[in-house]
Design a protein. Structure first.
Length: 80
């Protein structure tokens, strides 16, 4: 996930449609601006798709996952 600049208020506007304030973002890579913008607001965790597990998912109110990360997670779970 990417942001053009570090801006916490812009970050909040982008996620206002999400019901919960305890958010988990899952993606391959998070750019530095996205990391810095998300660190100031709510309870937001950023986890790379290679490190996601069931515990991380169930302890958050909302999960935002990219299509590519969801596909990787699905492949990983079906391979077992």
């Amino acid at each position: 996930m990417e942001m053009s600049e570090i801006n916490a208020s812009s970050f909040v506007k982008r996620i206002l449609w999400i019901a919960g304030k305890n958010l988990l973002f899952v993606d391959e890579v998070f750019d530095k601006n996205f990391q810095m913008s998300s660190s100031n607001k709510f309870s937001v965790d950023l986890i790379p798709d290679c490190g996601i597990n069931v515990y991380d998912i169930i302890r958050h109110e909302s999960l935002i996952i990219t299509k590519s990360s969801l596909k990787k997670l699905e492949e990983r779970l079906l391979a077992q």
